[in-house]
Ligand binder design. Structure first.
Ligand SMILES: [Zn+2]
Length: 338
């Protein structure tokens, strides 16, 4: 990415204590593991890593998801191997806390159980990195053998929460609100993707029906000031992924300088920034921060607030939250913030 012209700023971001709360395991597949699996197919870096690359549609993105990454994740061990590198990279970029999801229906096609996969991923986290694991599922996954799997997942101790993902334009089926409610009763945290490929109306539907307090993306809230105000009033946080939005040509994101995160932030919406599917966007978390500075005029102080938002929404107790915030504040005392 072209966001590395200012070495002092780069160092500031690199060491800034931060979080990653929107990261799909399959979409984060490390390139070196794909190369080891199939040296011929992965001889060259993929074209979609180019800065100017834009996906034609979300359907194209989903097709490539199946073609590239799904072929790798065939066992709990593969998840462990992949996440060891991914989470190591997160820690190396100053992440203290990570929320990551896996696509739950993958378990229908592999031999390992959910709890085995969860243990495998958890044991991949480097020391000192706080990890929360989510099961992701699409709007239409609650059918056939998917029903038992989703129901079973609510009983897994090692699972921290559920996330609704996949094509947003598929109808929101009635099972979702019921499962999301029962998941919370079972002690799981719930969130949902919305406002990426559907407009502000869908964000309202998800908030009303699923009762989530975190929205993945949510950037198209900007299309309706009433929805934006609702996010502020109800303290709904958006886990935003600016480079992903740009490369997927999300409506309203024709360029990074047009990204609505500036307006959302200025309106008082709680936003975090995240990398989403780094394999498919060729991005690193720190580049999301660079982009906000260079193209959207975020100051160091504002970026520190964005990082702080991640700790404020993290699924941790108040003692740990205070410890992270103290660490962040101590770090910031070394810099002129304005
Ligand atoms: Zn996502």
């Amino acid at each position: 990415m072209p966001y590395t012209d200012d070495l002092e700023f780069e160092a500031f971001i690199h060491q800034l204590p931060k979080t990653e709360t929107h990261l799909h395991m399959e979409g984060a597949c490390p390139f070196e593991l794909l190369q080891a699996m199939d040296p011929k197919k992965y001889a060259n870096p993929p074209a979609f890593w180019d800065d100017d690359f834009r996906y034609e549609s979300f359907d194209q993105f989903m097709e490539w998801y199946a073609e590239y990454c799904s072929t790798f994740f065939t066992s709990a061990q593969r998840y462990h191997d992949g996440m060891k590198i991914v989470l190591g990279n997160c820690a190396a970029q100053g992440c203290r806390y990570v929320e990551t999801s896996f696509h739950l229906p993958v378990l229908l096609g592999i031999e390992d159980s959910g709890p085995t996969l969860l243990d495998a991923v958890r044991s991949a986290a480097p020391e000192g990195l706080e990890l929360r694991i989510f099961a992701g599922m699409c709007h239409d996954d609650y059918r056939d053998e998917g029903i038992d799997l989703i129901e079973e997942s609510l009983t897994w101790d090692g699972l921290d929460g559920l996330d609704l993902h996949g094509p947003e334009y598929l109808p929101l089926e009635p099972w979702t609100a019921d499962v999301w409610g029962r998941a919370r009763q079972a002690g799981k945290f719930t969130k949902a993707h919305a406002g990426e490929f559907m407009g502000a109306d869908f964000i309202d539907v998800v908030l009303d029906k699923l009762k989530v307090t975190r929205i993945e993306h949510g950037v198209r809230a900007i299309e309706n000031p009433v929805t934006v105000q609702r996010l502020v009033d109800e303290k709904i946080a958006l886990d935003v992924c600016p480079i992903s939005n740009l490369k997927l040509a999300v409506k309203g994101v024709a360029s990074m300088s047009a990204h609505p995160i500036r307006q959302l932030y200025d309106s008082g919406v709680i936003v975090t920034i995240n990398s989403d599917d780094p394999f498919f966007f060729g991005n690193r978390l720190s580049e999301e921060y660079f982009a906000l500075k260079q193209d959207l005029g975020f100051s160091k102080k504002e970026l520190a607030q964005v990082a702080c938002n991640g700790f404020q929404i993290a699924l941790i107790d108040e003692i740990q939250r205070n410890a992270y915030e103290s660490e962040l504040n101590d770090y910031l005392t070394d810099f002129e913030l304005n």
